[in-house]
Design a protein around this ligand. Sequence first.
Ligand code: ZN
Length: 459
Amino acid sequence: MWVTPLLLALFLPLVSAVPLQQRKSATKLLLISFDGFRWNYDQDVDMPNLNAMAKDGVKAQYITPPFITITSPIHFTLLTGKYIENHGVIHNMFFNTSNGLKLPYYPTQGKSEWWDNGSLPIWITAQRQGLKTGSLFFPGGNATYQGEQVNVKKVESGFHKWDNKTEWANNIETVMRWFTEQDVDFVALYFGEPDSTGHKYGPESQERKNIVKQVDWAIGHIRSRIEDYGLKAKLNMIITADHGMRTILKEPAVNEIVLSRIPNFSFKDIQFELLDYGPTGLIMPKEGKLEQVYQALKNGHPHLNVYKKEELPERFHYGKNPRVPPLVLYGDPGYVVHGKIKVQNNKGEHGFDNEDMDMKTIFRAVGPSFKQDLMVEPFESIHIYALMCELLGIMPEAHNGSLEVTRNLLADATPPSTESQVAFIVVVTLGSITGFLLIVFLGSLINTAISRRREGQRA
Ligand SMILES: [Zn+2]
């Protein structure tokens, strides 16, 4: 039928409702993570810049990360709004239970098959909706997703030294230039402190207090550079982190958890294990050995929690992912899980139950879209994603959070919500399709009538 391609050509622009190429977000967004910044680190260090930011913006009492409370899984929750079992980045380390391959944190950053597991981070979603995005050292920023990657990025080298103040200043300049010279809409910026120092010296150490002081300097510096670059009126900034930090209990004060000391447990019964990584452990017993290994470990130590993955408490939202091996172990707060021998020497660790107050972290935000001098109740990290999508004016992917949890942080009490934008797009699209089908229908009626008339003339 001749009318169809013609009408299709006429009406197709109406059907694709948003002209993607020209889209700009009304405001830009800078997401900053200071790895391992425990919720109360500002209580024993003078932090004038963080306090000033709270006065000019909003502050949550603390936020609750997802379990397990380690870096890459939680950062991917920030980027997707999903619980860890739903986004599948279940550990800092890539592993393969079939061939025993395990990769440390840095190589895993570049292992796209670990990250690209069915969930899109906000960078890719924003880019697909016409925005430009950047990542500076942010976990997940070095992977490709369905063949796409973040527009501009800087990736850290292996064994990066995280506390270098000069590098911090350089990175802040890089981000400011991305926002101004390259007109990037959204940047995720990562600092590996105070996590590194908290691990090495412990969360109660003077060294940790010193590095938290440096974090405060960085916040002040970022805010003053935002002003210098003329970005203050159009840039929203969120400061958060992945998890907190806890002092590790050591012998002889306590009886540490060492699996090789547990009666009736043998590494000979194990096909694959991911141990000696803070307080958690993942174990795949050999064929037919699950029950035996489970029973041995379950009664193995008064501070060791052992679960079959399907029996993990629902509140963890961790066990349902197919990548999680059959047995999940975690120590009570303060206890790390050692495997064959004790190789973990850190004074501070994270990875514990996310209800442990020492695992809670911070949330602060400031900018034209946020209220001022507002303190809000604690909420979960999963909700930050929906807030970021709202700030950028993009439609979120399916996620586990809700904008309703953070809507009261926004200056405009009733902003045009993403839901109403969606409704608008749906109405426009459906209207266009209906109109299009109507015209096709009418066209085909006319066409048929003409043909019949022609046939009638021929006959
Ligand atoms: Zn971390």
